[in-house]
Design a protein around this ligand. Structure first.
Ligand code: CTP
Length: 717
């Protein structure tokens, strides 16, 4: 079943978009994801439009999800839980880093989403009724403030003209636009106006209003507009507290203040002119202070994000690095993936610090000051510190010369700009300045921020993949991990580089390292399929095939195994899936060629050797001791892999029996006890203890007494 849905608290643009989308997907069910605005509820009561409630739909029946007027996971209620089905998106909101990626995404920053859909209906010459024309018109009027909001585009206006031609009834539209405020709204408005304070921030007047309520009130957006009109505010933040939540609504008529971007740092979002967010467990005062500091620092300063997202031990480290940089009179930056991830709201597991000056000396002083161990690589002018499991690289700003493709580069000190220029993708050239004179300032020389916003992977120069072909493997990994896509030129260069055999020039250990990183991803199949499309999979191993289902099933088994407390190496599990189609000999060759460690080779081959394991575990009469004997040799990842290969309940039960009970079973008696009983030490110890242990596994003996009795019997015999 196909389902069309929209954001919770649906407005008329959302409803109009559902109805219009249903004309493109006629067999799809039209469904609300949650509640809707009061006036919309009223409308639907009289004109149900065949729209269902979310509880009428079972998630497992959905084969495709069509989202309109949103692509935010947290705004679509239970539909955020759908898995592994195609998602199509039609939306007019600006990009947010954590947007649902979707298999077909049509986004245009028009005043209303319905305008996007109308363009498609018009192109496809799909006819609409007069009633539909009126509803669509209402959607546009509502979201563009009757075509007056600054978000209104010429496309919205031309859609309205077309709808009027199709018979849209403006008196119907105005009857729902509800321009006269209700009594409740007037009371609310006066409370909000009384609480308003205006602050001068960066020379701009910004109004803040505060209110505590105990029941929900609709249509705050309209109230915000009224307040701006009445008082002439050009930028307004309304903070409404209800229980532990604070709901923020913001409006801006000032170009320099993008309230959507500001509120996206608080987990919300919106447009430059209008935004909202809901925050838990903060006081109104705290939030006001955070908002003011966020506005003051403007969007090009990321100190705010560091304070909000980075754990305190790492913040202390960053502060110490920043102090030392000033003392040593060198420039210091956080650089690369950490900044990329931070902008996307995540904290990366590695931190790269770049010093324009002597990086090695800086690392030495910093590690001494913080009493941390440091490893130096003078040849590359870099050093490495480990802190609470986070890898911190300190490098000297440098340029690199590649003697031949795939080789490690020759290194020479250079300016920041040159250092950034040698990097792989624009999104990895971002920096955060750490010296006091501009602490937190974002350095974005190559438009990386914009590329992150547009989910684009872009090389800095044509020769990038030839200089370092491992970047092709990085590109497919980032595509799959971040949901980004190479731009046309980058894709073309990757394709050409692969065609010219660049991948065969990378050293085997480097391929192995990159492969391991791809395998550590939740869904490595995406990266492998992409590499295969680019013609590069054979360079990893001739004849390697990507078993998409195998990876999906491994993921399911991994979820099932998550009840265990053991740490499961997801890369190893995925490696087992990857080599599943190879024979034992082929797998052995592959692992050896890529210089995998002897432990990993052993672990993989152990699984490969036991081809009959599934058949064995299916055997009707199996003793626990036999299960133990066979499974105890396997690595944990191998057992998860075995579970992923079967649908048989009995096999899964037996693997779990081994994991949860058998492997944790132990005897009360030990070698010391045997000694005390006067048995002469020798191989007999192992024999007795093993026999005892197997009897215990099979439930024949249970207590310490049982064990002693067995021993007595044994000694008599
Ligand atoms: N880099 C590069 N070419 C490579 C590898 C790395 O230009 N082949 C640069 C990128 O600027 C990258 C930085 O070195 O951001 C640090 O590399 P690394 O820590 O490997 O990658 P991250 O970008 O931090 O990504 P990840 O999240 O995988 O750690």
């Amino acid at each position: 079943m196909d389902v069309i849905t929209t954001h919770t608290n649906a407005d008329f643009d959302a409803i109009a978009s559902i109805v219009a989308a249903a004309k493109l997907y006629p067999s799809a069910k039209k469904v609300l994801s949650g509640s809707c605005e009061a006036v919309v509820k009223n409308f639907l009561f009289q004109n149900p439009q065949g729209i269902l409630k979310s509880k009428q739909i079972s998630l497992k029946d959905i084969k495709r999800l069509i989202l309109v007027d949103t692509r935010e996971k947290r705004r679509i209620g239970k539909f955020s839980q759908v898995k592994d089905i195609p998602i199509y998106i039609y939306d007019h909101h600006p990009n947010q880093p954590d947007d649902i990626s979707g298999n077909r995404v049509i986004t245009k920053e028009y005043g209303a989403t319905i305008t996007i859909l109308l363009e498609i209906l018009r192109k496809k010459r799909i006819e609409i009724t007069k009633e539909e024309a009126s509803l669509f018109c209402l959607g546009i009027y509502e979201d563009t403030g009757s075509l007056t909001f600054p978000t209104t585009r010429k496309e919205d206006i031309s859609s309205v003209l077309w709808l009027l031609k199709k018979g849209a009834d403006l008196s119907f539209v105005s009857s729902y636009l509800n321009t006269a405020p209700s009594k409740d709204e007037i009371i609310l408005l006066s409370k909000l106006l009384a609480s308003t304070r205006v602050y001068k921030i960066n020379n701009i007047d910004i109004a803040f209003s505060f209110l505590k309520i105990d029941k929900y009130i609709g249509d705050l957006a309209i109230l915000a507009h009224r307040m701006m009109d009445i008082e002439g505010f050009s930028c307004l933040f309304i903070l409404i507290k209800k229980e532990e939540h604070i709901h923020i609504i913001a409006r801006s008529r000032i170009k320099d203040i993008d309230v959507g971007a500001i509120l996206s740092d608080f987990g919300g979002g919106g447009h430059p002119e209008a935004g909202s967010a809901t925050i838990k467990e903060r006081s109104i005062l705290e939030l006001k202070r955070m908002l003011i500091s966020r506005i003051r620092r403007n969007k090009r300063n990321l100190l705010f994000l560091i304070e909000a997202k980075v754990p305190s031990f790492l913040r202390d480290f960053i502060d110490e690095a920043s102090k030392l940089a000033d003392e040593m009179k060198v420039s210091c930056y956080i650089i690369g993936g950490f900044v990329r991830d931070l902008i996307m709201g995540k904290v990366s597991k590695s931190l790269d610090i770049l010093i324009v000056g002597d990086g090695i000396l800086f690392a030495k002083k910093l590690s001494e000051r913080l009493s941390l161990d440091c490893i130096f690589h003078p040849k590359f002018k870099t050093a490495q510190i480990l802190k609470n499991g986070i890898k911190i690289d300190i490098a000297t700003s440098r340029s690199e010369v590649y003697r031949h493709p795939g080789a490690l580069p020759l290194v020479k000190e250079a300016s920041l700009k040159k250092d950034l220029k040698r990097r792989d993708f624009t999104m990895n050239t971002l920096g955060i300045f750490l010296n006091k004179r501009g602490k937190g300032n974002l350095i974005d020389v190559y438009g990386g921020c914009d590329d992150i916003k547009n989910k684009r992977i872009k090389i800095l120069h044509k020769k990038s993949f030839i200089d370092d072909p491992t970047r092709i493997l990085r590109a497919v990994r980032f595509e799959s991990r971040l949901g980004f896509k190479m731009d046309r030129e980058t894709e073309k260069e990757a394709f050409e580089a692969i065609k010219n055999g660049c991948l065969s020039q990378i050293s085997k250990p480097r391929i192995r390292n990159e492969l391991w990183l791809i395998l550590s991803d939740e869904r490595p199949q995406k990266a492998f399929l992409r590499l295969s499309k680019l013609g590069g999979l054979n360079f990893i191993h001739q004849g390697l095939r990507v078993n998409k289902n195998g990876f999906l099933r491994a993921r399911e088994a991994l979820l099932q195994a998550s009840i265990l407390e053991d740490e499961i190496d997801i890369s190893l599990l995925h490696l087992l899936v990857l080599v599943d189609s190879l024979t034992k000999e082929e797998a052995e060759k592959f692992l050896f060629r890529l210089r995998f460690s002897s432990k990993i080779r052993r672990d993989v081959l152990r699984i490969k050797e036991d081809k009959e394991i599934l058949l064995f575990l299916k055997n009707k009469s199996l003793k626990n001791s036999a299960i133990y004997e066979r499974l105890n040799k396997m690595p944990l990842e191998g057992l998860v892999f075995i579970m992923s290969k079967t649908r048989s309940i009995i096999i899964k039960k037996r693997v779990f029996l081994f994991l949860i009970v058998l492997r944790k079973t132990s005897l009360y008696l030990t070698g010391d006890y045997l000694k005390k009983r006067g048995i002469k030490p020798g191989p007999i110890y192992k024999k007795i203890l093993r026999e005892l242990f197997y009897l215990k596994l099979d439930g024949k003996i249970k207590t310490k007494d049982d064990e002693v009795k067995f021993l007595d019997k044994f000694l008599k015999s």
